[in-house]
Design a protein around this ligand. Structure first.
Ligand SMILES: CC(C)(COP(=O)(O)OP(=O)(O)OC[C@H]1O[C@@H](n2cnc3c(N)ncnc32)[C@H](O)[C@@H]1OP(=O)(O)O)[C@@H](O)C(=O)NCCC(=O)NCCS
Length: 181
């Protein structure tokens, strides 16, 4: 697979501030930790960044007019689990978040549409994602944007934290899917 084309887009908030959506750069990695809240994912982010370089994962960030990262979204193009992402038609969206001060102004819906367009350009026809069962607002946002629940996931997964300790996450979730065309 090839490396990422340098595609970017801008979204204007209701107050006029312009938000840039662009592919991640290596210098952005510390900001993915959001002032420490997601420091435990440091190794995971570094691995995903390598996958981004290899072209198997897309990572876009949203940047405020002051140049601060205020949002992020990851999309797995290829996974060993073909049901999730098959490197050809099906991709998996995850780690989608926007800083609280920038929510509820249409940016999330815009980013979703932006990444869907990027996937269409690459020939993908289906987006999959998991949304936590205790996150009905996010589920509603996805439903409003054409995603439907296709099943349930116990949401058990493991990762090595920034101290090298294996952690187990349990996030019961709805599996959602959208056909792009
Ligand atoms: C989920 C998330 C990314 C959505 O981002 P967002 O920017 O708030 O999304 P939007 O603004 O497009 O939509 C959110 C709400 O704002 C409303 N909205 C959209 N444009 C608006 C505008 N110009 N003015 C006021 N409200 C607006 C939407 O109608 C929607 O309303 P509702 O959800 O109350 O029905 C964000 O809430 C977030 O980071 N949440 C925490 C992490 C998370 O849950 N991620 C999803 C994991 S699966």
């Amino acid at each position: 697979m090839s490396s990422q084309p340098a595609v970017a887009s801008a979204y204007q908030l209701p107050d006029g501030e312009e938000i840039l959506i662009r592919p991640i750069r290596e210098a952005d990695l510390p900001a993915l930790e959001w002032e420490g809240e997601y420091r435990h994912f440091r190794k995971l982010y570094a691995e995903h960044f390598e996958a981004f370089r290899a072209g198997t994962t897309l990572i876009y960030i949203a940047e405020s007019s002051a140049g601060v990262m205020i949002g992020q979204v990851f999309i797995l193009l290829y996974s060993r689990d073909k049901e999730v992402a098959d490197g050809l038609h099906r991709a998996y969206l995850f780690s989608f978040r926007i800083k609280p001060a920038y929510r509820n102004q249409g940016l999330g819906s815009y980013m979703l549409k932006f990444v869907e367009d990027q996937l269409l350009l690459r020939g993908y026809t289906t987006v999959r994602l998991n949304v936590a069962q205790d996150n009905p607002k996010a589920r509603a946002l996805y439903e409003r944007n054409g995603y439907e629940v296709i099943g349930y996931s116990s949401g058990v997964w493991q990762y090595q934290d920034d101290q090298g300790v294996w952690q187990t996450m349990r996030e019961p979730a709805w599996k959602m899917s959208k056909r792009l065309r």
